[in-house]
Ligand binder design. Structure first.
Ligand code: 15L
Length: 264
């Protein structure tokens, strides 16, 4: 387990709850925070503080003495620009300011939605041009650039995980491509903490799925490789698709059709 405490924002969210439970079980000292109460019992060795990441002072207080910040706070779905602005843009800035002051490493969850307007037939490399599919995806693209700025200018290290879908199992055909198992995801977070040097690295957050959209990332530098695969679930979800051709065309799936207005 990391020597210094680890700050986890968004602890009450889907990924936050998973990480709170699993990392605490590994003996990590966690400082949990969210804007809403933790909906699970407080794990051993963890503290929980209600805070708003739009408040720099609150983020600084929580980060004090931490060597690693897992920044899972913010909006996680497609919403209006004004809704995404405070939590995801200003909030992420506050996290990076705190990381700079603490010399802490950051794990920033980018998303498939930062590249969501690539078609599903395209195989993407880590250096691809980002093609966000909405304001949420735009906030993830911004987060990646924010991380880059803080690395180049202040030597703040980051792992940018372009997460597909963190779910216990695959619900539909699209997620055969984007799925990352809970075990692969937790192992990845362990490597983000343990790797000696991460610089500003991009990881495609997917299991070893033969239908994956992505290849080439910094996994060797981190010492991580996924052990699971969605392939064994393909039979169970066959035919589980939407009836919307736009949703089915792009990697981002249903987020794209929010206010979509392109004709062809
Ligand atoms: C995401 O970025 C979302 O936060 C999550 O709720 C899923 O919708 C996921 O992407 C996905 O597209 O599968």
């Amino acid at each position: 387990a990391p020597e210094k405490p680890v700050l986890l924002t968004g602890a009450s969210g889907t990924i936050g709850r998973l990480l709170s439970t699993r990392l605490a079980a590994l003996g990590w000292t966690l400082r949990l925070t969210d804007i809403v109460p933790l909906p699970i019992p407080l794990p051993d060795g963890a503290s929980f503080t209600i805070a708003d990441i739009e408040d720099q002072q609150a983020v600084d207080n929580l980060s004090n003495g931490c060597g690693l910040i897992l920044h899972f706070g913010g909006i996680s779905t497609e919403q209006s620009f004004e809704t995404v602005l405070g939590p995801n843009f200003r909030g992420a800035f506050h996290i990076y300011e705190a990381a700079r002051k603490e010399k802490a490493r950051v794990v920033f969850p980018s998303s498939v939605h930062a590249v969501g307007l690539y078609e599903r037939t395209e195989i993407l490399d880590q250096d691809c041009v980002l093609r966000p599919d909405g304001y949420y995806g735009l906030s993830k693209a911004y987060g990646e650039m924010l991380a880059r700025l803080y690395f180049d200018k202040h030597a703040v290290e980051s792992v940018l995980i372009r997460i597909g879908s963190v779910l216990p199992e695959v619900p539909d055909e699209r997620i055969l491509s984007t799925w990352i198992s809970h075990d692969d995801f937790v192992r990845l977070i362990e490597r983000c903490a343990a790797a000696e040097k991460v610089d500003c690295s991009v990881i495609w957050g997917q299991s070893n799925n033969s239908r994956g959209f992505w290849r080439n990332d910094a996994r060797e530098k981190l010492g991580w490789a996924p052990l699971d695969s969605s392939d064994s679930q393909a039979e169970r979800v066959r035919g589980k698709v939407t009836d919307n051709p736009v949703v089915e065309r792009y990697q981002g799936g249903k987020f794209i059709v929010v206010d979509y207005s392109r004709d062809g």
